[in-house]
Ligand binder design. Structure first.
Ligand code: G3P
Length: 277
């Protein structure tokens, strides 16, 4: 059964989704941690105790996996930080260490594979790894082979990239068709990948065909439709921003139906349900 994660480091959001009763895990990254720290700084004048904050986040999540990302870019730094995160917070909950598939930040990369090496090293030490910033099924395959427990293809950002490469103006939440965008006879692509959904589909097919014990965690989801499409192509896990989680519960016809049912309640039926007879 597909698992639903929350893509947020905001405690109130985590608690709210947990309360609904359908939370399977949480994913964070440095940008999401920044968002929660900025929010806390706005609420309280005293400094933010990030260690206690993360500890509480893990305690709230209990057995559910919580991904915490490293910030180092070399093999040594990532392994050290991964072990630190796991050792410091592992006793409070179920920590997954998030490692980028490749930490190169230049146009020209030597592709020494620091990310993959770090995944292999941490996995060898029984530290569960979520491999992040995945944009090709090949990256997912290498990460799975190195022992990653989750691979995170970034759907929304793949769609952004296809539009950026083709100078198409867009808003981040604009729908991008799962089958891609046609320009003349050609469907626009990123080395054969036509959309974020297609990227997830490729990862699912390659990992399941090769029977890796690694789950595809569809990330960078910006809309309910993208959420639906990720599940349809077989993502094992989808991680949703809080807004998408809540939006997924709504529909104009659900509201209309609710109003009508409420209007039509007869006194006899209401009395029965009050339990007074
Ligand atoms: O799960 C990854 C996510 O936080 C990135 O989302 O919308 O910034 O691409 P986004």
């Amino acid at each position: 059964m597909v698992k639903l994660f929350l893509d947020s480091a905001i405690l109130d959001e985590i608690k709210a989704v947990k309360k609904i009763g359908i939370l399977d895990g949480v994913t964070t990254n440095p940008s999401l941690i920044k968002k929660s720290v900025d929010k806390l700084k706005g609420e309280e004048s005293k400094g933010v105790d990030i260690e206690s904050y993360i500890k509480e986040m893990l305690e709230v999540c209990g057995e559910r996996p919580v991904s915490l990302e490293v910030i180092g870019v070399s093999f040594e730094e990532m392994v050290r930080e991964g072990k630190l995160l796991y050792e410091k917070f592992g006793k409070y909950g179920n920590v997954y260490v998030k490692i980028p598939v490749n930490t190169c930040m230049e146009e020209e990369c030597s592709m020494e594979g620091d990310g993959i090496r770090a995944i292999a090293e941490l996995s060898k030490n029984n530290i569960p790894v979520n491999c992040t910033l995945v944009f090709t099924p090949e990256q997912a395959l290498l990460a799975a082979k190195a022992g990653a427990k989750f691979v995170s293809p970034f759907m929304g950002r793949e769609d952004d990239y296809i539009r950026e490469m083709n100078r198409i103006k867009f808003d981040k939440t604009d729908y991008f068709p799962a089958k891609g965008i046609k320009k003349g006879e050609k469907v626009l692509d990123d080395d054969g990948i036509v959309s974020g959904v297609d990227l997830v589909d490729g990862c699912v097919k390659i990992l399941s065909k090769n029977r890796f014990e690694c789950e595809v965690l569809a990330a960078s989801i910006r809309s309910t439709r993208q959420f639906r499409e990720a599940v349809k192509v077989g993502a094992d896990i989808v991680t949703l921003p809080y807004g998408v989680f809540i939006e997924s519960l709504g529909h104009a016809k659900t509201i209309e139906g609710m109003k009508k049912f409420s209007e039509d309640v007869v006194e006899e039926y209401a009395e029965l349900l009050r339990g007074r007879k």
